[in-house]
Design a protein around this ligand. Structure first.
Ligand code: GLC
Length: 796
């Protein structure tokens, strides 16, 4: 097998569908986020991680505490040689024993640890079936030696059953009861309290509505549910007392102990034979439902089929868009891993090691849902509808909200609400489905009022138009896109230049849309406001060589050469280009300033210089260590916009360089410096003012994966959905002689093939559709299942 992008820690398989970790001590935990949209889990190469249903914070099934140094919370399997007493695990945790052979395969919807130690080979696959609220731990144990072996397998995890992180254990354990049942060959756990649920009988007065279960597909030889009896008083997970006892687990269940789940199976293995077991962990309504569920996972064939379904699911999710370019890294990221990150990590799971929230961010999941545009736009539509339901009748929106309780926070952030019309416009470009605009959704604060998606969007725009300064610029309030600029405009006087660009783009496009919907007055008003806004941006937003970021309530500029910290910010420069709100020479100059002032080896910094001292009139951004996260780090989400901006200016060198700088695959080639997983984007990379410059962190984070796919496909390959069809306008490195893309578009699969005989970076000399030449750069819709497009680049 050809190993791609190999380092001392691992590599991608030939077809990119797995990343295989070969050295267990990766520079940081390298995890998978596995989810079916409701049930989810994180799983690290060491065997660390946790599980949840629907909400990783409110409905955590197993305990976990954030410690990325030790990665010391997980759901473990112990392997014990009953003849010698040797004890180890498939991952390093928790015994820390290093195996003779180790591989951790992270795939789409599953992970697998393959380990050899003491002449025993284990293959441990963990996955979440598509339609049930449980996870399967499929374990194969093979005796590689020439002797008969007696091996015991023991599982271990701690029940959480409710809100994480359950640090007040002495309180919470008083509500949990465990029961062993030979009918289900395992343990159930119930909790009499779910602290997040309000009760009409006062607080802390509602039962957790699920029954937790942990089972195995044969009668266990032992079990334990009491942490103290398992570990021993003052015991340790590396050498649990119960596993030092040759009698095996003695089995106790009941009430109000510190509850764990542990099952034990003893295996007698003749030389060169293998046994297979599967354990389950999950939530059901009651014990009867557990039996029903388990019936579907009883045999090896059931488990095989269930994993096959998961693989098919991901294949079909990832297959809607495929690019074939000379850049293997770009192909791997776009075709597989970025899509997986956006869907499994951000839309399904909304959790990973650096952040567990479970909530929906109003702007976050809307942007993440762009990942569906090229393959299943109906999923983007679903997301738009969900967010519309979290808008208030006055047009404002919740900054984020929690599923299950539906609680959220109202916000003075001024951009959140505008992502609704913005993503809607992308959906319309993709589908041209104007009937969607008439679909009705209620409001968060009044479910009786139902209005169309179009009305939801215009309401949001109207709120933004009301929040203007006397100079004609939008207010920044408690932040805009940049959560950390949380105190710039609390008095609702400070202005935002970035928001001005963003709103300008939306106004221009919505004025046209309003016209199409016979709302000509609104259309004209939006158009007028857009022009006034553009003027104000040029009059008050230009700092001489670049655009300001904002002004504070006091009027003091932010992101100006007059500032010693935060002299220049990235977003107002990139969005000046993206929104085309100002003259071309300023767009060009702004991006030249980005190159000169912000561009570093790691890519374009979010701002520079970082704030060295907290500024309470900036907000918590200035409290981060200099060079980290929004305070002068490389912020991947924002850096993707630099790719688009450079490409829009025809600067392929700039655009392509930024891609390579932020690509986790490239950064992953120096893993000890970079540290993050090579297969998903990080939220941020530490900037030059950080002591850990170059470290990637907050991996699996929101925003960046879907945007990276979008800017690469739309602006580098240059295939963009527009009203009339697919616009072809590539901006590629000159040495790309040939490339192609297969994508769905309005019900048809488009196979588009490019040749570039003259080593052009842009320009089209001819386009043929199913063999017939077309005169436009827009390939129209066709009424066929599939079509072939040939593009020859070069001079017209
Ligand atoms: C985080 C937030 C996102 C915000 C960004 C910049 O990624 O989830 O909403 O835009 O930070 O502050």
């Amino acid at each position: 097998m050809h190993r791609q992008f190999e380092t001392e820690y691992g590599y991608f398989t030939d077809d990119g569908s797995e990343y295989i970790i070969t050295t267990p001590t990766t520079p940081k935990p390298w995890i998978n986020v596995i989810s079916n949209g409701e049930y989810g889990l994180t799983f690290s190469q060491s065997g660390g991680g946790f599980s949840w249903l629907i909400h990783s914070q409110f409905n955590r099934i197993t305990r976990w505490h954030q410690d990325l140094i030790r990665d010391n919370w997980g759901k473990y399997l112990y392997i014990r040689d009953e003849q010698t007493g040797a004890l180890w695990n498939p991952g390093r945790l928790p015994t820390g024993n290093d195996p003779d052979f180790f591989e951790c395969h992270h795939g789409f919807g599953y992970s697998r640890l393959i380990t050899e130690k003491n002449d025993i080979r284990t293959e441990f696959t963990i996955f979440v079936p598509l339609d049930d609220s449980l996870e399967i731990w499929d374990l194969k144990v093979r005796n590689l030696s020439g002797n008969d072996r007696c091996i015991s397998i023991t599982t271990y995890f701690e029940w959480c059953l409710g809100a994480a992180a359950d640090h007040h254990r002495e309180f919470h354990k008083n509500f949990i009861e465990t029961t062993f049942s030979s009918d289900i060959q395992g343990i159930t756990a119930n909790k009499r309290l779910w602290e997040i649920q309000k009760s009409h009988r006062g607080h802390w007065n509602t039962a957790y509505p699920y029954t937790g279960f942990h089972t195995v597909n044969r009668p266990p030889d032992g079990f334990e549910t009491d942490k103290e009896r398992f570990l021993g008083n003052y015991g340790s997970l590396s050498y649990p007392g119960a596993l030092m006892d040759s009698r095996g687990l003695q089995g106790s269940s009941g009430k109000w102990n510190d509850p764990i789940g542990s099952l034990q199976i003893r295996l007698e293995l003749a030389p060169n034979t293998e046994e297979r077991l599967h354990f389950s962990l999950g939530l059901a309504e009651d014990v009867e439902q557990v039996s029903e569920l388990l019936y579907r996972y009883q045999t090896d064939e059931h488990v095989n089929e269930s994993l096959r379904q998961v693989k098919r699911h991901w294949e079909s999710k990832l297959n809607g868009l495929t690019i074939r370019t000379p850049d293997k890294a770009m192909d791997l990221l776009v075709n597989k891993w970025l899509k997986y990150q956006a869907i499994s990590g951000r839309l399904y799971g909304r959790a990973a090691y650096y952040q567990q929230s479970g909530a929906y961010g109003f702007r976050d999941q809307l942007q993440d849902s762009q990942i569906y545009l090229t393959s299943e736009p109906e999923e983007t539509a679903r997301q738009i509808r969900l967010h519309a339901r979290h808008q208030l009748t006055n047009g404002t929106v919740l900054h984020w909200w929690h599923p299950i309780t539906e609680e959220g926070i109202e916000t003075q952030m001024t951009d959140d609400l505008l992502w609704l019309p913005f993503i809607l416009l992308s959906y319309l470009d993709e589908t041209n489905d104007h009937t969607f605009l008439n679909e009705k959704e209620p409001y968060y604060d009044d479910s009786d009022v139902e209005e169309s998606i179009y009305q939801h969007c215009t309401k949001a725009i109207e709120v933004a138009l009301d929040r203007f300064s006397s100079r004609g610029l939008p207010l920044i309030g408690a932040g805009d896109w940049n959560d950390g600029l949380s105190a710039v405009g609390l008095e609702m006087k400070g202005e935002s230049i970035w928001l001005g660009h963003f709103l300008y783009l939306i106004l221009r496009r919505f004025s046209k849309l309003a016209g199409l919907r016979n709302e000509s007055q609104r259309g004209e008003r939006y158009s007028r406001r857009a022009e006034e806004l553009a003027k104000a941006l040029q009059a008050h937003g230009w700092d001489g060589e670049w655009y300001l970021r904002a002004t504070k309530d006091s009027g003091e500029p932010v992101g100006s050469k007059a500032n010693s910290a935060g002299r220049i910010y990235l977003n107002p420069q990139t969005w000046a280009v993206i929104s085309e709100s100002g003259p071309g020479d300023r767009q060009w100059q702004a991006m030249q300033s980005v190159k000169r002032e912000l561009m570093r080896e790691i890519g374009p910094l979010l701002l520079f210089p970082a704030y060295e001292r907290p500024d309470e009139y900036i907000g918590y951004l200035s409290r981060y260590a200099p060079g980290t996260r929004e305070n002068g780090g490389l912020y991947t989400h924002a850096a993707t916009w630099a790719i688009q901006a450079f490409a829009m200016l025809g600067d392929i060198g700039g655009a392509y360089r930024v891609f390579q700088q932020i690509s986790p695959l490239h950064n992953g080639m120096t893993p000890d410096r970079y540290k993050g997983e090579p297969y998903v984007t990080p939220g941020n990379i530490d900037g030059p003012q950080s002591e850990r410059a170059g470290n990637g962190a907050w991996t699996w984070y929101t925003g960046s994966a879907s945007w990276l796919v979008k800017v690469l496909v739309d602006w580098i390959l240059g295939i963009r959905a527009v009203e009339g069809g697919l616009l072809i306008a590539p901006c590629i490195p000159p040495d790309w002689e040939e490339f192609g893309i297969t994508r769905r578009f309005r019900g048809t699969v488009y196979n588009i093939h490019f040749t570039n005989p003259e080593n052009a970076t842009s320009g089209i000399s001819s386009i043929t559709l199913n063999g017939g030449r077309i005169d436009s750069e827009v390939v129209p819709e066709v009424q066929e299942e599939e079509c072939e497009v040939e593009v020859v680049m070069g001079k017209v």
